[in-house]
Design a binder for this molecule. Structure first.
Ligand code: NOJ
Ligand code: CA
Length: 531
């Protein structure tokens, strides 16, 4: 089995993980200095790989997602030597490293774009998407960008519009152009040759658009959320059939250098269309694609079950789901679901069939820290989920000795040091769940079967099975104490008793036998039962 199926991934937002030089901004040496938290020492979480959000040279209009040099480190984060040290230290611990590949757009300051806009005949011109004004002199069509306004920006110097799916500072590359395949292929090969283990691939559904620039229809209320935003249904500039060719191109580049590299795609599209990005067979396109059902499911047993089983239903038998409770683009789940459900949410994430991607700080229960008026830096309003990691309960939180780039928030109980020493902390629960998952073929790689618990009970229950090993997971989501009957819900497919392997309520429960027709759960408690 590939390492990433049973594995657990961990997302690092490098600006906010650890600052080694006191400038208030996280950096690569900071990450290297904190690898003990992740793997290879007795108190580690035990994750298998880190995905580091972009640290390439960038003017920072989109905090690194606007790249001006794909193969160099932005000085604020360090340099290539610091990266090599980080990679070596991670690999020494058996921790794999994934980078963020941004194939869809560069920064306006990338030399390719500077050359492209310098003259209409410059050979770099064709790397980007240019068009003449509409007859009325306005943008070539009505496409809107993710962050608002027209997706077209007028370039005065060369007298045409260029396309940007995100900020105007992020001109879109033209994946209909073979030279783009070559240039991004070189980037892929550069980092794999340097030793990285794969990539999280940014915004893949936005990578390629209709070459005829056809108009999008206006949004209709029946369309799914991910497809319509900014007033229109993004039919022609999002999730085009050719996007699979983009993925396959990246795959071919990766295979030339390091067969078996992990490619994890990011895309906000409905689950029904996500599986396509896995290609026709394993190793054809992406290995994993993010499924983001938890970002808007709410903490509700029925909604969660639906979200989980949609992936089961829509992925091919060879496919493997990949989910995150939080990331750097959305409010943290401690804020969305509420603090009461954090322990149960951890159990859910780490016991489902699929690869979980933890977001830095969720293991200690970090919630959003909203910026106050005048403090906001991200124009799309995502600062609150990106605030610095809290290592210790002290000014600077052990994150920085200087002035942090974003407000840190309350460090009093939400910090790594205090939770490390407490066997009943959320952090300790994460460690135990990850260890249990790693030691269990059923939890890390087994099949999934949902149980039809009565909706009014507010409980989610499922069985994971591999060979003779079977584990039952039961999670209370309504925030009420109660008695539940998974035995009846399984209609004869469960034994009458099982042994408690772990409860989220680590201080209350001892392990022991459980009668499965009358399982007592406290509010927001989750349990794993050996059958
Ligand atoms: C998705 C990234 O996660 C987000 O932070 C970024 O703004 C867009 N893609 C554009 O690159
Ligand atoms: Ca720094």
């Amino acid at each position: 089995m590939t390492w990433w199926r049973p594995g657990v991934l961990y997302q690092i937002y490098p600006r906010s993980f650890a600052d080694s030089n006191g400038d208030g901004i996280g950096d690569l040496d900071g990450i290297t200095a904190h690898l003990d938290h992740l793997r290879g020492s007795p108190g580690s979480l035990g994750v298998d790989a880190i995905w580091i959000s972009p640290f390439f040279r960038s003017p920072g209009a989109d905090f690194g997602y606007d790249v001006s040099d794909y193969t160099d480190i932005d000085p604020v984060y360090g340099d290539l030597a610091a990266f090599d040290r980080l990679l070596a230290a991670a690999h020494e611990r058996g921790l794999r490293v994934l980078l963020d590949l941004i194939p869809g757009h560069t920064s306006v300051e990338h030399p390719w774009f500077r050359a492209a806009r310098s003259s209409r005949t410059d050979p770099h011109r064709r790397l980007y998407i240019w068009a003449d004004p509409a007859p009325d002199g306005g943008p070539p069509n009505g496409w809107t960008s993710t962050f608002g306004g027209s997706a077209w920006e007028w370039d005065e110097g060369s007298g045409q519009y260029y396309l940007h799916s995100f900020y105007p500072e992020q001109p879109d590359l033209d994946w209909h152009e073979p030279a783009v395949h070559e240039r991004i292929g070189e980037v892929v090969r550069f980092w794999l040759q340097r030793g990285v283990d794969g990539f999280r691939v940014d915004a893949i559904d936005r990578s390629i658009k209709d070459p005829l620039l056809r108009e999008n229809p206006a949004a209709m209320s029946t369309q799914r959320r991910f497809d319509y935003f900014r007033g229109q249904y993004h039919l022609w500039n999002k999730d085009r059939p050719e996007a699979l060719d983009v993925v396959r191109s990246i795959r071919r580049s990766a295979e030339r250098v390091k067969p078996g590299s992990l490619l994890l795609g990011e895309s906000y599209i409905p689950i029904e269309r996500l599986a396509r990005y896995l290609g026709d067979h394993p190793g054809d396109a992406f290995d994993l694609v993010f499924d983001f059902p938890f970002l808007d499911s709410g903490w509700d047993a029925g909604a969660l079950r639906h979200a989980v089983e949609a992936a089961e239903a829509h992925f091919p038998p060879s496919g493997w789901p990949c989910r995150a409770l939080s990331n750097h683009d959305n409010p943290r789940h401690a804020t969305r679901f509420g603090r009461g459900s954090l322990r149960a949410a951890a159990m859910l994430s780490l016991t489902l069939r699929g690869t979980p991607v933890l977001y830095m700080g969720e293991e200690i229960g970090m919630a959003d820290v909203p910026a106050t008026e005048g403090e906001a830096l991200d124009r799309a309003g995502r600062d609150a989920a990106r605030t610095p990691m809290r290592w210790r309960n002290e000014p600077g939180a052990g994150f920085t000795s200087g002035e942090p780039w974003l407000r840190i928030g309350d460090t009093s109980s939400v910090n790594v040091a205090d939770q490390s020493d407490d066997p009943h902390s959320l952090l300790s629960l994460y460690r135990r769940l990850i260890a249990l998952r790693g030691a269990s073929a059923a939890l890390s790689g087994g099949s999934y079967r949902g149980l039809d618990m009565p909706p009014e009970g507010g409980v989610l229950a499922y069985v994971r099975e591999s060979g003779t090993e079977r584990r039952l997971v039961v999670i209370e989501c309504r925030g009420q104490d109660g008695r539940h009957d998974p035995f009846a819900a399984a209609r004869g497919r469960l034994p009458e008793t099982g042994r408690l392997a772990l409860s989220t309520d680590t201080s209350r429960r001892a392990s022991g036998d459980l009668d499965l027709s009358g399982v007592e759960l406290s509010a927001n408690e989750g349990i794993i039962v050996d059958l």
